[in-house]
Ligand binder design. Structure first.
Ligand code: ARG
Length: 719
């Protein structure tokens, strides 16, 4: 009976059909899924999706900044991406007087576009399978020998194609946990300018309350432009540069969507772990996620208190706050959904089925014992690692102080040259300037006081930096007030926050001065403690997991060679295509969610003066007049603000184009739904949805609300 049960699940594991799951490599679309895409509603040829020689849709897709996707939508290099992707650039371009984050902004002409100098844009130039070359070099190496060899070879391969060209970049990306390797080469554009953005009350409507949730009414878009040199090459910023002449750009559809419409999404999903083991999920749910959530809760609380009080602080902290809050809610939801779906138990069953097969493939039979041992060895230190990253370094002051450790090392080292030290001091002074721009002392001080207390209570006493707490308690006692008084003294006395004291130190950089600085002393105590005792254990854990993961995936592919041909590799911030359709869903018993949201629903959520649900008066007026223009949806006699699809995406896809069967832009993907936040580890075929802003709402915001019709005129509209 039992045996029968196992082999039935084994069969299911092989035959399970994956609905709309899959983040497909564009160069393999033709072999893997093109026919199915056509069956679902695609009207284009495989060549139009991805071509090595001819311009194709892939040429309109860009990496925007370091973690987002964008798309080219005009023959003058116009970019659409998400508001939350342009957020930092919009906030940094703003002042309290010219508050583009709050009020929105549209450049009246190209001269008014604002250089966004932290942003680069990357176009995919080519993809090449380099598996054979990599395998020949790494052979059967394991562990750090393998990773060292691999990184040497990657650097070699990249330098062959990129050379010293600052406008090219490359990456050798591991697929199927190191069973295949692809080289991706990019053209890098560095002159990127902000063209427009809606007011934050539109671009982030619903704030963190609505984040990762459907129904949704967020106008999450912003507009940028790529510039090139007059002779047509990527270039650094210059007034003489001209708008990019792109190889390809997406036409924009005014036709809207229906329940069931075909939808495909190109973009750069950052990371998934669809072959995560039951051991990994256990650690995540029991330690990693709850610790991160607890620490971020505390940090967000203190930041928000200060942001609420003062618009200057709000502008200063908003980008960091948004990032911390985004993944605070993600990891909180991830664990909830993993538990709801019993994902750990499901993975354990998959592992049993694998072991059943491994009975006739003994080289794999010990794999889960090794996993178990590896996790057991690391587990006692896992909370400590989260506390370092999310707690101790969650204080911006301590995080800055931590960057001075190499300087302390140089000052302590009699063999270091004056030139070495001068270089480190210049770098520290620059980094200090950047740090001070976003430093809010009142919130940081509270964070520091709290995190020190939380660390003391939660981390095994044997793992704590020796002597640190005894000294603190001797002077300040063990109460919460004592911790806060200690933090206040650190903030009042550190030279890192005092220009005169810092300049004196720079003029005469004494080792003792740095070591006795109270902020530096904290960074040094906690980091040296962690690095000297636990970071090598973490590296061992990760390296061993990599070896095991590579083997597990190899086994899975060997177990069923036919299915292996139809597998997609985990997301790793390389270009992927996902396809599915617009679709309503049932999140829980008796509840049905429609596939679109309208402006009517936005007005129902509107709370005048609220931090998250306020709206510009002009939106209210236009809505009352039903001034929808050509962007109106005839079926609803309203503006469709957002819609949902079954596409398989994840963080990194933000800003991705949602494209209909004719290759026209219908929306921008900007989020995933709460009920399937376990999607990095397992795609749920019933509940997984991608949340998209309808491009007609984007154009309505630009034209009717923003008065920037000239931007719409630049597009190629399909009616
Ligand atoms: N959840 C969105 C994403 O990761 C980001 C939304 C940003 N908004 C916010 N309220 N923090 O793509």
């Amino acid at each position: 009976m039992r045996k029968l049960f196992v082999s039935v699940t084994f069969l299911l594991l092989i035959l399970r059909s994956y609905a709309d799951e899959g983040m497909w490599l564009p160069l393999l679309l033709g072999q893997q899924v093109y026919k199915d895409m056509v069956k679902k509603g695609l009207k284009l040829s495989a060549e139009q999706l991805y071509s090595v020689n001819k311009a194709s849709i892939k040429d309109a897709i860009i990496i925007f900044g370091n973690g987002c996707t964008g798309e080219i939508v005009s023959n003058q290099g116009l970019i659409f991406t998400n508001h939350h992707c342009g957020y930092d650039a919009i906030a940094t371009s703003s002042t309290v007087e010219h508050n583009y984050l709050h009020d929105g902004f549209y450049a009246a002409d190209k001269n008014q576009e604002i250089p966004a100098n932290k942003i680069t844009v990357r176009f995919l130039n080519r993809i090449q399978d380099v598996t054979q070359r990599v395998m020949a070099a790494v052979g059967n190496l394991q562990g750090t020998d393998r990773s060292t060899k691999l990184s040497e070879l990657s650097n070699q391969i990249i330098s062959e194609v990129v050379g010293g060209d600052e406008f090219k970049s490359g990456v050798v990306a591991s697929m199927f946990k190191g069973n295949q390797y692809f080289l991706f080469v990019y053209d890098v554009y560095k002159d990127i300018r902000l063209v427009g953005a809606p007011p934050e009350s539109i671009g982030k409507f619903g704030g963190d309350t609505d984040n990762w949730e459907w129904p949704r009414h967020t106008g999450d878009f912003s507009v940028f432009r790529v510039y090139m040199s007059p002779d047509g090459n990527p270039a650094n910023y210059s007034r003489n540069n001209v708008p990019l002449k792109p190889k390809y750009f997406l036409p924009v559809s005014l036709k809207g969507v229906n329940d069931g419409s075909f939808a495909m999404i190109y973009g750069y999903p950052g990371g998934t772990n669809r072959y995560e083991t039951s051991y990994g999920i256990d650690l995540k749910n029991s330690i990693e996620n709850p610790t991160l959530v607890k620490l971020r809760d505390m940090r967000l609380k203190y930041m928000f208190e200060e942001m609420k009080k003062d618009p200057v602080v709000k502008l200063q902290l908003a980008p960091d706050y948004a990032n911390i809050a985004n993944y605070w809610k993600f990891y909180e939801g991830e664990t909830k959904q993993l538990q709801k779906f019993h994902t750990q138990e499901q993975k354990a069953k998959d592992e049993q089925a694998f072991l059943q097969w491994a009975k006739s493939h003994p080289e794999y039979s010990n794999i889960f014992n090794e996993y178990a041992a590896n996790y057991a060895a690391w587990r006692p230190y896992s909370m400590h690692r989260q506390y370092m990253n999310e707690g101790i370094l969650g204080s911006p002051l301590v995080a800055y102080a931590a960057t001075l450790i190499p300087l302390e090392n140089a000052l302590a080292n009699n063999n270091s040259t004056k030139a070495d030290r001068d270089k480190l001091i210049a770098a520290a002074t620059n980094a200090r300037k950047a740090f001070l721009q976003t430093e809010n002392k009142p919130s940081d001080q509270r964070i520091l006081g709290s995190v020190l207390q939380m660390y003391y209570n939660d981390i095994d006493k044997g793992q704590q930096p020796s002597g640190f707490y005894q000294n603190l308690f001797n002077k300040y006692g063990t109460t919460e007030a004592g911790y806060q008084k200690y933090a206040a003294d650190v903030f009042n006395n550190t030279m890192l926050l005092n220009d005169n004291a810092w300049n004196r130190f720079v003029g005469n950089p004494e080792l003792m001065t740095l070591q006795s600085d109270p902020a530096y002393a904290i960074a040094s105590a906690f980091i040296r403690n962690y690095n000297s005792k636990y970071s090598s254990l973490y590296s061992q854990f990760v390296t061993k997991n990599n070896d095991l993961g590579r083997m597990y995936l190899k086994g899975i592919m060997e177990m069923n060679p036919e299915k292996a041909k139809m597998m997609y590799p985990d997301a790793n911030f390389t270009m992927r295509v996902s396809y599915g359709n617009v679709k309503s869903y049932t999140p829980r018993d008796a509840v049905h969610y429609d596939y679109i949201c309208t402006m009517k629903g936005m007005m129902e959520k509107y709370i005048p003066g609220d931090y998250e649900f306020d709206l510009p008066q002009k939106v209210v007026d236009l809505y009352n007049r039903k001034d929808f223009g050509q962007y109106k949806d005839p079926k609803y006699n309203d503006i469709v603000v957002t819609f949902i699809t079954t596409n398989d995406i994840t963080g990194g896809n933000s800003g991705s184009p949602v494209i209909n069967g004719n290759g026209e832009l219908i929306g921008l993907a900007f989020d995933g739904n709460y009920e399937a936040l376990s999607h990095k580890i397992a795609f749920d075929k019933d509940l997984n949805r991608t949340i998209c802003v309808d491009v007609r709402y984007v154009l309505w915001c630009i034209d009717k609300l923003g008065g920037a019709k000239h931007i719409v005129d630049e597009l190629k509209l399909a009616r």
